[in-house]
Design a protein around this ligand. Structure first.
Ligand code: GTP
Length: 595
């Protein structure tokens, strides 16, 4: 165990985590240069395209220093706020962390919030200033920021470049010298902490864990404590570039277990694996059930695809336990599913995977957060859908989820950002200068306000110079009402939203205006109305038009005519018939993009 080092990398998106990890793998000959061309740690297509490490993984490398062989386990952490619980479990499996800061960008919000998590878990922090090959690097300024944040000595900050390989050896040395070896006891009862799992179509669910105490052997009868389910450890091993089976893993080791588990629901990140006989009494601390925080309806565009959609969702859920879904129906959209996501990015990813991997055409409705309705009878009902709101007369009050938000920005944008947070019902908690011109703002705000276009606005106000991170902090009472949208007098349930009373009037007006832009003119007038209860608060009209797209072609060119008609047909695919009105997919998400 003396020769094991478990570490993770803390970095803001795009600060070069994956590139640097590749260099470490290359330097330790864990991968050849050719393999490394494609970033090894992100192996899902979408991950690569978005450049975001979505699921955490782990990889083991050997490193020889002063004649001693060390085993270094790099535990990858996902880099987006939606996955913050997974990050915290990966961090909990380590004794050290590389803090990577892009020397052209400086410290960002995500870096800070993950750094706090690492410090909370007593990890040794190795500061690394990356992208030092770039001419616009600002080493002095960024060093000041790092020292301000974690203290320490200026000369301990490693200058590196994932591009040229500069600093890589120093990083490896620092890991061996400065990160303490794990402190477990192989003689104690088995305690393995799961920090991730993946689905493999041949082998089922593969759980990744760190042995905190005890020893686990192939063939052992083990129990997953959160679910109480028992399994045989069909295979245990370590994670090199491929999985490498081992007979035994002991305290401090990081590895995987394959035990015939079919669905990801049985394997919960943060859970403890122990032996059925002579196992441990207590779980490793910090386990939480992750709960979806954003809900939306997902409907097939073609109602015949309903069963296919269900099958696709079931498959997605096999490797993504944080996705939840249950059937729901909408008067406007027919049969579909109410899905729960960790956050907005998670929702986009699922939508994209449904389309790409399963060839499904879906409409996603306006997302909302979960609400807790307290009835006058003293009951509590969790509501995931505006149409599921109980009758107004029986509601005592409604609670909504709150978050703690951290924003880091240049000082010149503070005023505008404070205004934005104010309009989003934010309460300022702290304002702190990190350096002369960089400020950290923290706010408590309703999660619902973040779901609606907060991040886009923050970016445009700050011209991209603001970063943002958040953690849920519980529920608080809110004055909420249901806002309905009517098309030609018919309420469209899929366009209903639950929103704060003060925002209802302006939102209703803007939604009507936006829908007027998005709904194409049809052969009759379309009235668009916003209503609270039976009270209409806003109205717009889409004027009728007689549409003959081929008229312009003067009858001559048949093939051009056909092309035009085909194009029109394609355009229709993303339309949904609501009553007698054709509504484009975009309209259902309109509320997210109001200016
Ligand atoms: P996420 O996975 O999204 O968190 O990003 P990441 O932090 O893993 O960043 P990644 O390694 O994907 O690098 C982001 C971009 O910066 C890529 O275009 C890299 O080619 C580039 N990059 C990374 N390291 C360096 C470096 O040291 N120098 C230069 N010039 N570019 C770098």
């Amino acid at each position: 165990m003396k020769h094991i080092r478990n570490f993770c990398i803390i970095a803001h998106i795009d600060h070069g985590k994956s590139t640097l990890a590749d260099r470490l793998l290359e330097f330790t000959s864990t991968v050849s240069e050719r393999d490394a061309q494609a970033q090894v740690l992100d192996n899902m297509d979408i991950e690569r395209e978005r450049g975001i490490t979505i699921k955490s993984h782990a990889i083991q490398m050997d490193y020889l220093l002063d004649g001693e062989k060390y085993v270094l386990n790099l535990i990858d952490t996902p880099g987006h706020v939606d996955f913050s619980y997974e990050v915290s479990r990966s961090i909990a499996a380590c004794e050290g962390a590389l803090l990577i800061v892009d020397s052209t960008q400086g410290i960002q919000a995500q870096t800070i919030s993950n750094l706090y998590k690492a410090i909370e878990h007593d990890l040794h922090i190795i500061p690394v200033m990356n992208k030092m090959d770039l001419p616009n690097a600002m080493p002095d300024e960024v060093e000041d920021q790092i020292l301000e944040l974690i203290g320490g000595k200026r000369e301990d900050i490693i200058h590196a470049s994932g591009k040229t390989g500069m600093g890589i050896e120093n990083i490896l040395r620092a890991i061996v010298h400065d990160v303490p070896p794990p402190v477990g006891d192989s003689a104690k009862p088995l305690q393995c902490m799961i920090f991730d799992s993946v689905f493999n179509s041949f082998r089922g669910i593969i759980a990744y864990f760190k042995v905190v105490n005890g020893e686990i052997r192939k063939g052992d009868l083990v129990k997953f404590m959160a679910t109480g389910k028992e399994y045989h450890a069909d295979e245990v091993g370590v994670l090199r570039l491929e999985m490498e089976p081992r007979k035994m893993l002991g305290a401090g080791d990081v590895g995987y277990i394959i035990s015939g588990i079919k669905t990801s629901k049985e394997v919960k990140v943060g859970d403890t694996i122990t032996h059925v006989k002579g196992g441990c009494q207590n779980r490793v601390e910090g386990f939480e059930e992750v709960k979806p925080m954003v809900f939306a309806g997902v409907y097939p565009i073609d109602s015949d695809d309903y069963e296919d959609l269900r099958a696709s969702m079931e498959k997605l859920q096999l490797n993504d336990a944080s996705l939840t879904f249950e059937p729901e129906s909408s008067a406007a959209l027919g049969f579909g599913f109410r899905c729960g996501f960790l956050g907005m990015l998670h929702m986009e990813i699922i939508q994209e995977r449904l389309e790409r991997e399963f060839d499904m055409n879906v409409i996603t409705t306006v997302p909302n957060v979960p609400y807790i309705v307290h009835t006058k009878k003293g009951e509590q009902v969790e509501v995931h859908n505006p149409s599921g709101l109980p009758e107004q007369t029986i509601i005592d009050w409604i609670d909504e989820p709150y978050i703690h938000a951290q924003i880091i920005t240049k000082s010149e944008y503070i005023g505008q950002i404070m205004n934005l947070c104010l309009t989003k019902r934010g309460e300022m908690v702290k304002q702190e200068y990190l350096t002369a011109d960089r400020v950290e703002l923290s706010y408590n705000m309703p999660l619902a306000e973040i779901v609606f276009d907060f991040y886009d606005k923050l970016k445009s106000i700050s011209k991209g110079y603001a970063s943002f991170d958040y953690q849920p902090i519980g529920f608080k009472p809110a004055k909420l009402i249901k806002l309905d949208i009517l098309l030609n007098g018919e309420s469209v349930d899929a366009l209903s939203t639950l929103i704060h009373f003060d925002n209802a009037q302006p939102l209703g007006r803007r939604m009507c205006e936006k829908l007027k832009e998005l709904i194409p003119r049809q052969q009759f007038d379309i009235a668009i109305q916003a209503a609270i209860g039976s009270k209409i608060i806003s109205r717009e009209t889409v004027k009728a038009v007689r549409k003959d797209v081929t008229a312009k072609c003067y009858g001559g060119d048949i093939s051009r005519k056909r092309k035009l008609l085909e194009k029109q047909k394609k355009g229709k695919k993303r339309m949904k018939q609501v009553g007698n009105v054709e509504v484009p997919q975009k309209a259902f998400m309109a509320v997210l993009k109001l200016d």
